[in-house]
Design a protein around this ligand. Structure first.
Ligand code: LLP
Length: 421
């Protein structure tokens, strides 16, 4: 459920008409609903009620510090994958004790930043990374809490570019080698092994792959405990999928996911961490855009928008579907017609949808891409020297720009011409 609904013939974000935001901020622009973000966080938090747990928002999905503060104040932890994300989480006021550091290529500088600023744990993905972390921790005179990410060799049945739990993927250590790697970690100075980490992919729409991976984690926990390791924490990653269409998609709910976690891992008495990103942020955000032209082509009509692949890359990159809806509610029974919906960028990949049935639209009309809160703004670029898309947060009847659209001067002045040129 989200808080973007038609009322009085217009699309609203909570109690603010989206047309008002478009007027005030211009388009394209991302708009997030605070109530939806909090509701989605609460669903996960409640799903694990009664178990010692921490919901760490995968902030790679949406990393504006206003959003991080909103979730952090509600009790969320953060899953970070870079020094930049770590510093954003801290700037939003999230304590280090609630930040987990994931990622396959953490640099020593990033380890140093997190260790000196405070960190709940590093999710270590390889032996060389473990050695580097041991050295950095020893040099700082501290102990780094770690989990080790295992690769369970499970097919997440999702898009190939976002599956991470098969043995051919770059992530984690093969589960078959886990006992040896845990033994190595226990022998290294500056490290304290606290648990196991696993993450098998994103936009999973059934529970079976999770359950298969978590069953392997349960078995490994027993083995590692028998080997003498104190396994007290399990980080189960993120990945629960969302409905991208309004129709018949019904991925499992957080409550069902939580019940499956209890069933597969509840008996182990471990603290549970999860790292959802998309389910918290995805349907809590829209991308607003204006129709620049309606162009008739050979046997097809193009809706040319002022948003482009640099603002929302998911359709070009993953063939992802986003519902696109007009801000003015279509009258009931209006005849839909197919449009190819495209941006202004000079490549054919800048196509959001082909032959998409839409109510008739004209230049100047406003539309919204639904389900764009996750992996939207964070993946935006300035390709074609288009300004980085701004972000707006709505709460009740208030809204605020949480990232302003830069000016052309700001964009251009980041470059510099060498004195010798
Ligand atoms: N934890 C780890 C270690 C991850 O790698 C990811 C996502 C998550 C948690 C969060 O997964 P989520 O709950 O959001 O599914 N840009 C792609 C998605 C990339 C996901 C990468 N890892 C997209 O737009 O679909």
């Amino acid at each position: 459920m989200d808080h973007f609904l038609y009322r009085d013939g217009q699309l609203w974000a909570e109690d603010v008409a989206l047309a008002e935001i478009a007027r005030a901020v211009g388009t394209p622009a991302y708009v997030y609903s605070a109530a939806t973000l909090l509701r989605h966080f609460d669903l996960f938090d409640q799903a694990l009620a009664g178990i010692d747990h921490l919901v760490c928002f995968a902030m790679k999905s949406l990393s504006n510090i206003a959003v991080l503060k909103l979730l952090g104040d509600a009790g969320a932890g953060m899953d970070v994958v870079s020094g930049g994300e770590y510093l954003r989480a801290r700037a939003a006021g999230v304590p280090g004790a609630r930040i987990v550091f994931s990622g396959v290529g953490k640099t020593r500088a990033e380890m140093h930043t997190a260790l000196s600023g405070g960190i709940r744990q590093f999710n270590v993905e390889s032996e060389p990374e473990m050695e580097a972390l041991s050295e950095v921790a020893v040099a700082l005179g501290v102990t780094a809490p770690i989990t080790i990410r295992v690769n369970p060799d499970v097919d997440a049945q999702t898009h190939a570019k976002i599956a991470t739990g098969k043995s051919e993927n770059k992530f984690g250590i093969p589960i078959s080698r886990a006992r040896a790697v845990f033994a190595m970690a226990a022998a290294l100075p500056g490290l304290r092994v606290v648990g196991i980490d696993v993450h098998i992919g994103s936009q999973l729409t059934t529970l079976a792959p999770f359950a298969a991976a978590y069953a392997k984690v349960a078995e490994l926990t027993a083995q590692l405990r028998a080997d003498g390791h104190a396994i007290t924490r399990l980080d189960l990653g993120g990945g629960l999928g969302i409905p991208y269409t309004r129709s018949n998609e019904a991925p499992p709910l957080p409550a069902e996911y939580g019940a499956m976690i209890r069933q597969t891992l509840g008996h182990l008495g471990c603290e549970i961490e999860i790292e959802p990103g998309r389910l918290i942020a995805g349907n809590a955000g829209l991308l607003l855009s204006e129709v620049i032209y309606v162009k008739s082509g050979e046997g097809r009509d193009f809706l040319i928008l002022d948003a482009a692949m640099n603002d929302l890359i998911r359709p070009a990159m993953y063939d992802a579907h986003h519902d696109i809806v007009p801000l003015v509610e279509p009258v009931a029974g209006v005849e839909q017609r197919p449009y190819d919906i495209v941006g202004p960028i000079c490549e054919t990949g800048d196509t959001f949808a082909r032959a998409r049935p839409m109510p008739p639209l004209a230049a100047g009309d406003l539309v919204a891409f639904r389900s764009a809160g996750a992996y939207g703004a964070v993946m935006a670029s300035e390709y074609n020297s288009r300004l980085l898309v701004p972000e707006v947060l709505v709460s009740g009847d208030q809204f605020a720009v949480i990232r302003a659209r830069p000016t052309y001067d700001e964009m251009i002045s980041r470059d510099s011409i060498p004195a010798w040129l």
